[in-house]
Design a protein around this ligand. Structure first.
Ligand SMILES: Nc1nc2c(c(=O)[nH]1)N[C@H]1C(S)=C(S)[C@@H](COP(=O)(O)O)O[C@H]1N2
Ligand SMILES: [Mo]
Length: 235
């Protein structure tokens, strides 16, 4: 079991029941009930992704649902939402919520991996590919990285090639429901193949840059790249 201090602290709150037979641990975290499943963890460890990597990155355990991890919330109103696509681009632009919905929508099911040790399998998100936004903005050849910009100055940097992967989205719906405020609603970034802190909630901008700019957590001891399969947790 991966005992990140944060998870260990939560477990020590004594609000858990071990169901010895099923191997499922019910944990009360931040007001919700979550199941940490030994069976799903074993299965996901044995399973392979299309790219040949194990489905579950090392040191992760399967949690039943996305757990709100906090952060300084942005304005939840769709009417106030604006996304700025800017930086090293020929055609910077801004979209409001309706304009975002008018762009081609992608629906995808993917796994996400939090650096504190939990992973959620088969989370379903809807939104617009960052790749499509990059094409619309005509990204310049100089651009090498993307900075996801969020409310209250939160940022997360991602290598350009990785930000343009087809499963990287600007998402507004989780599990067929509008994205809840605690999960970054109305709109967040989703970078499923990097640790979840790269998936900036309450997204306000996507800035293309030539020179890398370590973001909020990356300047606070976390790894600049954050590949879960290489356990790039801390710098
Ligand atoms: N704007 C913003 N985005 C953020 C954060 C934050 O504090 N502020 N936290 C990150 C971290 S550390 C994680 S693990 C995920 C958590 O997403 P969730 O609350 O939907 O589970 O959001 C990421 N995005
Ligand atoms: Mo996190």
């Amino acid at each position: 079991m991966y005992e990140h201090p944060k998870i260990a602290a939560h477990l020590q709150r004594r609000q858990f029941i071990r169901e010895a037979l099923s191997g499922t641990l019910i944990v009360a975290l931040g007001g919700g009930l979550y199941a940490l499943s030994d069976d799903l963890t074993r299965e996901a460890r044995a399973a392979e992704r299309k790219d040949g990597r194990p489905r579950l990155p090392p040191g992760q355990r399967v949690l039943s649902a996305l757990r709100p991890m906090g952060g300084a919330e942005g304005d939840p109103r769709r009417s106030q939402f604006r996304l700025r696509v800017h930086g090293e681009v020929e055609r910077p632009f801004e979209v409001d919520f309706r304009e975002l919905l008018a762009l081609p929508q992608t629906s995808q099911t993917c796994d996400v991996h939090c650096v504190t040790g939990w992973s959620v399998l088969d989370a379903q998100f809807n939104g617009v590919q960052v790749r499509a936004l990059a094409e619309k903005a005509k990204v310049k050849r100089e651009a090498r990285h993307v900075v996801f910009e969020a409310a209250h100055g939160y940022t997360a940097n991602v290598r350009l090639a990785e930000a343009l992967a087809p499963n990287v989205l600007v998402t507004h719906a989780l599990g067929a429901e509008p994205l809840r405020r605690t999960h970054g609603g109305p709109v967040r970034a989703l970078v499923p193949d990097l640790y979840f802190w790269k998936s900036a909630k309450w997204l306000t901008g996507i800035r293309f840059v030539a020179k890398d700019e370590p973001g909020y957590w990356e300047t606070r001891g976390y790894h600049n790249h954050a590949d879960p399969w290489k356990e790039e947790r801390y710098a």
